[in-house]
Write a protein that binds this ligand. Structure first.
Ligand SMILES: [Zn+2]
Length: 255
């Protein structure tokens, strides 16, 4: 078997392996998206929680102020009752009105903050229910990923062993080229030539459709010489369709 045929064998097993693993990769991608969404919800939740705590603390400060001013007002009113003159009484009254304004302002601020806190609590409840749903999706995705991994485990191991065995038979330099192309181009690492017109010697690369010189095709036909497409740099081979199109008419009729 010539070197290009050996490369094709490795390439085809590699393709099967990639096909199997791509289903697992998509399950993994879906799972990781769910985990990311959950993290994002958790981040939002933490921010809202911090806001809630700030509002509650500020409301408590204002409520403390209300209590302090209520005590103050209470003591002034007691003093008012024992006022000796109208002037003294009026002075207490002005003081009461001033404190009362401060007290009402503090109470309004406290109520506004408590209303904001209630709004945040509603948003938190909504987030929690979203998180619960998302977590269920994530759990299903995780189970799905594991099931797929188990499903293909044996096949992957078999294909890897087969690939290793086939690869061991390929000259190291050619194998290195294929491995490099596989990591760069995946399934476009190798391409069959396409026979456009055999009589006119018109051949093209199955990957980039650019024309391939007849010498290159002859090299592949006679001894499977390692040949790269000069345009897209993929490794060329002669696939089944091309091989049939290249059989000389006499040989074809002899079959
Ligand atoms: Zn090409």
């Amino acid at each position: 078997m010539h070197v290009t045929a050996k490369l094709v064998n490795v390439f085809q097993v590699d393709k099967q392996l990639r096909g199997l693993q791509s289903r697992l990769r998509s399950a993994e991608a879906f799972l990781s998206q769910q985990s990311k969404d959950l993290q994002q919800l958790d981040g939002k939740r933490a921010a809202l929680d911090a806001q809630l705590k700030t509002h509650a603390a500020q409301a408590a400060d204002h409520q403390g102020e209300v209590a302090r001013l209520d005590a103050k007002l209470e003591s002034i009113r007691t003093q008012m009752n024992s006022a000796q003159t109208n002037k003294e009484y009026q002075a207490f009254l002005t003081e009461v009105n001033n404190y009362k304004t401060d007290r009402d302002r503090a109470e309004t601020a406290a109520l506004e903050l408590l209303a904001k806190a209630d709004e945040i609590k509603k948003q938190l409840a909504e987030l929690d229910s979203q998180r619960g749903e998302r977590d269920q999706v994530r759990q299903v995705a995780s189970g799905d990923r594991d099931a797929r991994a188990r499903e293909i485990q044996t096949q992957v191991a078999e294909l890897k062993a087969k690939r290793d065995q086939l690869a061991a038979d390929v000259p190291p330099a050619a194998l290195a080229t294929l491995d490099r192309l596989l990591s760069q181009r995946g399934e476009e690492a190798m391409a069959s030539i396409d026979v456009q017109d055999r009589k006119r010697h018109e051949y093209t690369c199955g990957s980039c459709q650019m024309s391939i010189p007849v010498d290159a095709v002859n090299g592949l036909l006679t001894n499977g010489k390692v040949t790269m497409c000069s345009s897209c740099q993929c490794l060329l081979y002669i696939g089944e369709d091309a091989a049939q199109a290249l059989v000389p008419p006499t040989a074809a009729s002899r079959r």
